[in-house]
Each structure stands twice: as C-alpha cells, then as structure tokens.
Design a protein around this ligand. Structure first.
Ligand code: PMP
Ligand code: GLN
Length: 396
C-alpha cells in the first residue's frame, strides 16, 4: 500500500512535467464558456459564432451521396482532385478573381488547423510572430506550441491596422504576421491599399503572412473582398486560410483550405502529411459538388440581411454602434449607457440576468483589458435575434 502510494506520487510529478502548459491560452475557450453559460441560464445564444439555421438542402444531400458512392477511404494528401479542381474554378470566378493552380491548394480539417500547420511549417524556436489585436483566440496558442513568441500590435480605435506600429514591431526575429479580414470580432475589411502597405513593410524581410480569410464571402454593402493572394508580390509570401464552415454555414463540418505558393505549400505539406495526412473524403466530395451550384452573391445577401435585421431590432436598445460590421458574422456594440461593469462582467450579467449571451471583446486581447464592448453573432435565424431583442426591450 505504502509502496503503491509512493509510486503514484512519483508518477504524478512526471505527469505534471509532461502536461505542463505549452501555451498561454485559456483551458476553456471564451466561446465554449459563454455557450455553456447560455445553456445553463437558458439565454438566447448570440455568443459563439455558429449559425442556428439549416444549411442548404442540396449540400445536406451530397454527404449521403458521397458515402453511397463508396467514397469512404483516404483522400489524397492535398485534397480530393474534384475539390481541388472546383476550388481553382471557384476562385477564378470570384468577382475579384484569384488565379491559382491545384499545386497551390491544400484542403485542411478546418481553418484553425490551417493556421496551426502554417505556423508549424515555418517557425523555429525563438521566432516572433506579430499578432494584430483584437485577435481570434487560436492564434497565440498555435504560435506558442510551435516555439514562437507572439508580439502584439493593437489595431487602432476603429479596428484598422496602424502600419507605423506594425513596422515598429518588426525585429530581426520576426518570422510571420497574422492578419484577419473580414475581421473577427470587429467586422472590418482590408482594402487593396492595406495589402500594399503591408507589402512595403515585409518586402525586404523574410516575413510570411498568415492571412485568416474565413469570412471571405461575407463582405457587405458592395465591399469587395481583397485577399493577400490578390497582391502579386505578397502572394508569394502568404498562407491564405479559408473555411467551408463559414462559407456554407456548416461550422461542424470542419473543412477548410489553404492557398500558398508551391514552395510554401511544400513546407505546409511536410507538417500536414504527419498531422492529419488528409481530410474527410465524403465531406470533400459534397463540398466539391456543392461548389458547382453555390450562389456566392445570394449567400452574401443573406448574411447582410441578417446583419441589418440584427441592427434594426437592436436599434431601439441603449447600445451604441460605432460602426456597422463591414463583413463577417459579428457586430460589436458599446453598452456605456446601460452599465459601467467591465465587458466580461457585463457579458455574464447580460446572460444570467437578461438572458441574452454575447462575447466580451476583452477576450480577444492577451491582457484581457476592458474594452466596454461586447460582440453579438448575427448568423442566426430572425426569430432568434427577435427573441433576444424582445428580452432586452422588456428589461433594459
Ligand atoms: N478564424 C476566425 C477568424 C474564426 O472566426 C474562426 C471561427 N470559426 C476560425 C478561424 C476557425 O475556423 P474553423 O472552424 O474552420 O477552424
Ligand atoms: N469562430 C467562432 C467565434 O468567433 C468560435 C469557434 C469556436 O468555438 N472555437 O465565435
């Protein structure tokens, strides 16, 4: 008995060492935390970014079609040939075409994986990666697990990049910069001029741009989506990361793709080969066939209408809108005329007391400083947003 106890104490010490923290991210992400709180308090969940409406029926039906066709074995490393071909066509047919070859695409198990793999492909211990805050919560853990050090640069008050600050953050150790457009949480969209300014900063360095473009199709009010890949020089230095989860409102499918030059793609595959090797084959078939009938403009219109519906329902409430979301799934709102709580406490209070759940914008900063803003997801059924507005109208 005594011996058994000693042995296990010894094992525990080793376990602690083996399972020591490898990154500074939270053990439970803010999105899981707030969704759990919404469920616990039966609040309307406008926090985590997932649509609560059905995906297109045609896409639904393609999944069983794939399994019926016996497409149930490993797909090739880079992606199923049909999906790669259809991605070349889809990108060429954008309003602002992206011209690529199949050798510049890797299909991935989601965008977060794509970002992780890109970092794993290029980082060596001690490398610095510039992160523009507020930023999506997976970036920093992915940098740190891969031996890198994040260097934080704040976006300006309107959530736009400050290129002087970015330039000042570049050091000899800078290996990459992570950019996100349309931006989560603010919804701002990068223009071609921004990419020119970024190129000017990185052109005489070896910095790689990891461009998170998961909301590419959701640019509103006639705005044009401009990828890092549209820039003739920058595209040679870029991993551009996309997500079918966001494109087709099927976040649970967890399939995405990464565009990069052949050289960067080769480096990416060196990691991907041994991490996942390939991606769910029936889903790849379904996504490829759906791309053949998908109406990207109708998709943008649908989400723009949802943004407008959200804004009009919330317009009678004492929130402040600094700017309408230019793209993406989210609208951030100020609440200074409702409460002087910090944003984290306010989001918890709104969930537990008013039964509407949001995300505090502080969660997108490494120091979690109070921003006085919360983020609402409008990728929801009208009835869901209506219910949220009704609850708040009755009690704020
Ligand atoms: N980047 C951003 C900006 C996101 O909002 C999300 C959330 N889905 C992701 C990446 C992750 O995408 P995926 O689910 O395809 O991994
Ligand atoms: N991207 C989603 C959001 O910003 C969350 C995804 C997740 O739960 N990790 O809300």
């Amino acid at each position: 008995m005594k011996h058994w106890f000693k042995k296990n104490v010894h094992l525990k010490k080793h376990a602690d060492m083996r399972t020591a923290r490898r990154h500074s991210g939270k053990d439970l992400t803010i999105f899981s935390e707030m969704t759990a709180l919404a469920i616990k308090h039966q609040a309307v969940n406008l926090s985590q970014g997932f649509p609560d409406f059905a995906i297109d029926n045609r896409l639904k039906k393609l999944l069983p079609e794939a399994t019926d066709k016996d497409l149930n074995q490993y797909a090739p490393l880079a992606g199923s040939p049909l999906l790669l071909d259809n991605l070349v066509t889809f990108n060429a047919q954008r309003k602002n075409p992206i011209v690529i070859s199949t050798d510049e695409i890797v299909v991935t198990p989601g965008a977060s994986y794509g970002i992780y793999c890109a970092l794993a492909a290029i980082l060596t211990p001690g490398d610095e990666v510039i992160v523009l805050e507020p930023s999506y919560d997976s970036y920093v853990p992915a940098i740190e697990v891969n031996g890198g050090t994040p260097v934080f640069v704040s976006l300006d008050g309107d959530f736009r990049p400050d290129f002087a600050k970015i330039r000042a953050a570049v050091s000899e150790k800078t290996r990459a910069i992570i950019v996100n457009t349309p931006h989560n949480p603010s919804g701002t969209v990068w223009t071609a001029a921004y990419w020119d300014l970024l190129w000017d900063i990185v052109k005489d360095t070896e910095i790689i741009v990891i461009s998170d473009e998961v909301y590419d199709l959701l640019c509103y009010d006639g705005r044009q989506f401009t990828s890092a890949f549209h820039h003739p020089k920058l595209r040679e230095r870029t991993y551009a990361v996309f997500s079918f989860g966001k494109m087709f409102h099927a976040t649970g499918w967890k399939v995405g793709y990464v565009l990069a030059s052949e050289e960067l793609t080769l480096a990416f595959k060196r990691v991907h080969q041994y991490l996942s090797f390939c991606v769910n084959a029936p889903a790849q078939y379904a996504l490829a066939k759906y791309l053949e009938v998908f109406d990207a403009e109708a998709n943008t219109r649908l989400l723009q209408e949802k943004r407008d519906f959200f804004l009009s329902e919330f317009s009678g409430l004492p929130f402040t809108v600094s700017a309408k979301a230019e793209g993406g799934y989210f609208q951030t709102l100020g609440y200074e005329s409702i409460s002087d709580l910090n944003d984290e406490d306010f989001a918890v209070w709104l969930t537990t007391e008013k039964k509407v759940c949001s995300i505090p914008v502080s969660a997108f900063y490494h120091d979690q400083h109070n921003t006085g803003k919360v983020r609402f997801c409008f990728a929801k059924k009208e009835e869901t947003m209506l219910e949220a507005a009704r609850l708040l109208k009755n009690s704020l």
